[in-house]
Design a protein around this ligand. Structure first.
Ligand SMILES: [Zn+2]
Length: 396
């Protein structure tokens, strides 16, 4: 006897293709049956008529900076008056203004602001969201951001420690010493159980490959997986560096060289593409989609929600942007926010596909085909989300 069965549904399983007129059953917090309605001879305590809705794995947003204070609408305005992202960063604006606001905010204030934003992800069929630290750049605020992320309700949150996001002004010219501090904060955060993965920003305006390597060795020694903001503004060898450390993902990778991508395939590192930042910064360098495809590197997609370069609160819009800006197929886009996003968080054994034994995280969509999820702009056809085998809230 299953707990719940969705009948009269179509399934985009993301592992075994599409099943029309199918049934998906759930027992406890797991998927317990998937197949054609003609083969369904079992029983469930509760039967939901899905009325022809499509069911997909609930969406997974594998790269966000959701916890922060303030916003950067003023910088947006400056940029439209001619300043570049790098110029703003070098002038001590940009990320440092968010650092100031975040350092000044209490844990409760950070939770409240992030929780409010999170509503949009819930309404758009999301079950898991990754949240990075990286606006404290000192011990107390970094740990406070991670604690705030752990307190968010309604979605499963994976926390990533991004102390090596930018060099704080008080460490100007002393980046190596700052990396020492980041390693210390990492050790404490890991001991407190606040960290699921470790990330760094390896770029000419941030940290060198050598500094990144040092942090990654520390993370691996603590048994934590790593991820990397790599090759966003230039080819700094970030993709290969990520692969060297068996990173879960290398993110951005607009300028990644083919050799780096080949190494990503070998190490099982997912390429995470962030069309929101590409769109918002009006970037011109497309990520190397064809090279990723040719080498069979899984492509994930994420909002990269952050106040500076991607104030994007819509996972569904990510699907559309990935197709319109990067020419991904709708099928690739959906994989990018389900099964491949699960890979990018190291939770692929339990999340991201509709298979028996996987976590019962599913989204119901009133669409005629899954491609419609990537096709529409600004629509939200989500008619239900189940997370952990339960309905956390009625979707609207
Ligand atoms: Zn990011």
């Amino acid at each position: 006897m299953h707990d719940v069965a969705f009948v009269n549904a179509h399934l985009a399983t993301m592992s075994h293709g599409e099943l029309r007129d199918a049934v998906l059953a759930v027992s406890g917090d797991r998927i317990s049956w998937v197949g054609a309605r003609s083969e369904w001879h079992e029983k469930a305590r509760v039967e939901h008529d899905a009325r022809g809705a499509w069911i997909t794995p609930a969406l997974i947003d594998c790269h966000t900076h959701l916890v922060y204070a303030g916003n950067r609408a003023h910088e947006f305005e400056l940029r439209l008056n001619g300043a570049t992202y790098e110029e703003i960063a070098r002038a001590g604006g940009g990320i440092l203004s968010t650092v100031q606001a975040t350092r000044a905010a209490s844990e409760d204030e950070l939770v409240r602001a992030a929780q409010k934003r999170l509503g949009q992800w819930q309404r758009e069929g999301t079950a898991v969201i990754e949240v990075k630290s990286g606006y404290g750049l000192e011990r107390d605020t970094e740990l406070r951001m991670l604690r705030a992320a752990r307190r968010l309700q309604g979605l499963e949150v994976k926390t990533t420690f991004l102390g090596a996001h930018a060099l704080p002004p008080e460490y100007k010219g002393r980046a190596d010493e700052y990396i020492d501090l980041v390693c210390d904060i990492l050790e404490e955060g890991a001991r407190l159980g606040l960290i699921d993965a470790v990330d760094a920003f390896c770029e000419r305006i941030a940290f060198t490959p050598e500094q990144t390597r040092r942090l990654f060795l520390k993370a691996r020694a603590l048994g934590l997986p790593v991820k990397l903001h790599a090759d966003q503004l230039s080819d700094s060898g970030g993709a290969a560096l990520a692969a060297d450390h068996d990173a879960l993902s290398a993110d951005h990778i607009e300028f990644a060289a083919e050799e780096g991508i080949r190494r990503m395939k070998e190490s099982g590192t997912v390429g995470v593409l962030l069309p929101g930042a590409f769109y918002f910064l009006n970037e011109k360098q497309l990520p190397p989609i064809e090279t990723l495809r040719r080498h069979g590197v899984p492509i994930a997609l994420a909002t990269d929600h952050n106040p500076g370069s991607s104030p994007l609160c819509s996972p569904l819009l990510v699907l559309n942007m990935a197709c319109t800006l990067f020419r991904l197929t709708p099928q690739e886009a959906l994989a990018g926010m389900t099964c491949n996003a699960a890979h990018a968080l190291g939770i692929e054994r339990t999340h991201g596909t509709l298979e028996v034994g996987k976590r019962a995280d599913v989204a119901l969509w009133e669409v005629a085909s899954p491609a419609e999820l990537a096709y529409a702009i600004g629509a939200n056809p989500c008619v239900g989300v189940m997370r952990n085998g339960a309905f956390p809230r009625a979707a609207t």
